[in-house]
Design a protein around this ligand. Structure first.
Ligand SMILES: C[S@@+](CC[C@H](N)C(=O)[O-])C[C@H]1O[C@@H](n2cnc3c(N)ncnc32)[C@H](O)[C@@H]1O
Length: 431
């Protein structure tokens, strides 16, 4: 593999590539690095490579003729090759392991164009560049550091660059999972041991443990990756059950204290829809318990009758799947009673609201998902015009509201819809 690097600062590459795996690969001629300095292609006495942007503004722009000359020279000297011209740019697709593997496997010449100043003339991107690649959502002063990152990660996929050829495929991002935790000697370090299974010598149990840890870590740290992994639903369910994932979540539907449309604090009526539809959503997303919370005796009696009908009575005989959807649905007279009934010690209480309420810490969906993987979380949903403020303030967290997309700001979801959307955002996308 040849990397042709177009840079105004070729010396920047000396130190990073004089040692380590890439250094050895260069020494062993597994990869070849060639540098092309645009300054060498100038014809004026100042050796200018840039000029002011048309339309004004900060930052000089690298001249198209100079870059074209460099690129023509590279292309002219290297025929025929499976070549890819890459412009390192914050506007490109983010570099990842899949892209590195693709580049290593499909090309034998990668031209890396390192911009400087405000960037390069757009017409070079349009006519000469095959793709733009970014190394992160931040601005670097030049493409050189990005090019180094790209060379390092692509080189690892080139046969013979790593001593052990299978290892790049056994690291994080294999099948879109992060790697399991690693341990070495001593067996005990500052009072912390090593998981027993790793000392057992039982290879299949070790593999099973590592796979499970990989899935768990990915869920915790990068749930977005799981969407494209081939982890099966069965594997996910197994890991979820063993790690008590999802069983760590209970939800409560608060009928008191909530606001009515004039801002008074009231108790609302329980609706049949809310009992059934929220039970079904809760069961579908593996929520441990769903509490219908109301202090009103006649409402408690009503919910009790509905639950009895479907859990034990004629409804059960008529439609057993309804019974199944209601097995985790319970009644509670208050939020405190629901928390006590659930019994999860040290659980985090999270309010949901369409309004901003000062007090609890605002938490996003990713953070709440990560929290719920390890610790119990009780999420409260309000009926009427939302949970009363002092109740919200008793919660540790306030979940980011669902914003919707309506141009006029309309966002009056039924609580049933809100529960489903929130459960899906928390647990639907990652497994
Ligand atoms: C200061 S930046 C120019 C940024 C440009 N004005 C913009 O806002 O998109 C100068 C050069 O650094 C490189 N660069 C900056 N950030 C980068 C990133 N995140 N990934 C890859 N290259 C980057 C590009 O080659 C770019 O031409």
């Amino acid at each position: 593999m040849t990397f042709d690097i177009i840079t105004l600062f070729p010396k920047m590459f000396d130190s990073p590539f004089s040692e380590g795996i890439v250094g050895q690969a260069v020494g062993a001629k597994k990869i070849n690095l060639s540098f092309w300095n645009p300054r060498d292609y100038t014809s004026d006495k100042h050796k200018s490579v840039d000029d002011r942007p048309f339309g004004g503004g900060d930052g000089m722009v690298m001249l198209p003729e100079i870059l074209k000359r460099v690129l023509s020279d590279i292309k002219g000297k290297n025929q025929p090759k499976k070549r890819r011209v890459v412009y390192l740019s914050p506007q490109g697709a983010l570099l990842n392991q899949k892209k590195a593997k693709y580049l290593a496997e499909n090309f034998d010449q990668i031209v890396l164009l390192c911009g400087r100043y405000g960037g390069i003339d757009e017409r070079i991107i349009q006519t000469e560049v095959d793709e733009e690649i970014s190394v992160g959502d931040y601005i670097l002063s030049g493409g050189e550091l990005g090019a180094m990152v790209l060379i390092d990660t692509v080189a690892r996929f080139i046969p013979g660059v790593l001593g052990n050829e299978v290892s790049p495929l056994e690291e994080s991002f294999k099948d879109n999972l992060l790697e399991h935790p690693l341990y070495t000697r001593p067996r005990e370090f500052e009072g912390r041991g090593v998981p027993e299974v790793l000392l057992s010598g039982n290879h299949s149990k070790i593999l099973e443990w590592r796979k499970e840890q990989s899935i768990l870590r990915t869920l915790e740290k990068r749930p977005d990756l799981l969407r494209e992994s081939t982890v099966t639903d069965e594997e996910m369910t197994q890991v979820a059950e063993r790690s008590s994932l999802r069983k760590n979540v209970a939800i409560g539907l608060v009928h008191y204290p909530v606001y009515n449309k004039t801002g008074e604090v009231v108790a609302t009526n329980v609706t049949n829809f809310d009992i059934h539809d929220i039970s079904r959503a809760a069961r579908t997303y593996g929520v441990d318990q769903y509490y219908v919370i109301t202090p009103a005796e006649e409402q408690l009696a009503f919910v009790g009758r509905v639950l009895d009908h479907w859990q034990k009575g004629r409804g059960h005989q008529y439609n057993p799947s309804r019974t199944d959807s209601l097995i985790n649905t319970q009644l509670a007279t208050s939020v405190e009673a629901a928390l006590e009934s659930w019994g999860a010690k040290g659980c985090h209480l999270v309010a949901t609201s369409a309004r901003q309420v000062v007090g609890p810490k605002l938490i996003g969906y990713n953070d709440l998902r990560v929290l719920a993987i390890r610790e119990p979380v009780f999420i409260l949903f309000g009926t009427g015009y939302g949970i009363e403020n002092s109740m919200v303030r008793q919660c540790e967290y306030l979940l980011e509201p669902i914003k919707g997309r309506a141009a006029d700001g309309f966002r009056h979801l039924s609580v049933r819809s809100a529960v489903s959307i929130i459960l899906d955002r928390l647990f639907g996308s990652c497994y």
